[in-house]
Write a protein that binds this ligand. Structure first.
Ligand code: SAH
Length: 215
């Protein structure tokens, strides 16, 4: 099957799975996923599956990317924080829908590769940072939208602190036999509302930077 045909089939599959937001579907259609996967998996770039990337991490399943992007309700004037840059694919999808994406990764090598992709593909509204995303990005806070793409045991307080009033935070929560689910946190004037949205399996959110661990 040609890449275009595979891409069209994927978009149809996302629609059939319940993704309705046409802006999200067209962002997924426009971002070349083959540029974000390992060379050995290029022929599977438009299959609806998660794929391994370097450092034992994964690029999420396209359905999960589309779902989390849809429920984030991103507006084109918004500033979005993403934790867990990984390949950079989710950041690239978000960058098509908002004013600026701030993305944090704890592996320097992954971040550098993602930065090169953003350069090459012309995604100039993505700002990157090497560090522990559990701490957020205090200098740029508050954020109207925050997406975490690694699973946490508990809601990182730094992230809820950095969420604007009226803002939405999407995060996979939970570990172990109970599994994880994508949770939506809305910050209101009164406090925080939490909804469980979708069972998922993400790699864990790990405190500290990877390179600091190996010292
Ligand atoms: N959004 C990515 C998915 C990457 S998988 C993509 O589209 O490809 C999750 C990523 O989160 C991994 O790269 C992992 O290294 C990173 N991560 C885990 N804990 C982190 C932390 N505390 N701070 C920043 N990044 C973290």
């Amino acid at each position: 099957m040609s890449e275009d045909a595979a891409k069209i089939r994927l978009i149809m599959e996302l629609r059939q799975s319940g993704i309705k937001d046409t802006r999200v579907l067209s962002a997924v259609e426009r971002v070349p996923r083959e540029e974000f996967v390992l060379g050995t998996f290029v022929d599977q770039a438009y299959e609806n599956t998660a794929l391994p990337i370097q450092q034992g991490q994964t690029i999420s399943q396209p359905y999960v990317v589309a779902f989390m992007t849809e429920v984030l309700e991103v507006g084109e004037r918004m500033k979005v924080l993403e934790i867990g840059t990984g390949s950079g694919y989710q950041a690239a999808v978000l960058s098509r829908l908002c004013r600026r994406v701030y993305t944090v990764e704890r592996y320097r090598s992954l971040l550098q590769q993602a930065e090169r992709r953003f350069q090459r593909l012309g995604y100039h509204n993505i700002t990157t940072r090497y560090g522990d995303g559990g701490l957020g990005w205090p200098e740029q806070a508050p954020f109207e939208r925050i997406m975490v793409t690694a699973a946490a045991d508990q809601l990182p307080q730094a992230l809820t602190d950095q969420l604007a009033v009226g803002g939405i935070l999407i995060i996979p929560l939970g570990r172990g036999i109970m599994g994880q689910s994508v949770v939506r946190i809305r910050r209101t004037e009164e406090g925080f509302e939490q909804d469980d949205l979708l069972p998922v399996r993400f790699v864990p959110l790990v405190a500290g930077t990877a390179e600091a661990e190996n010292r």
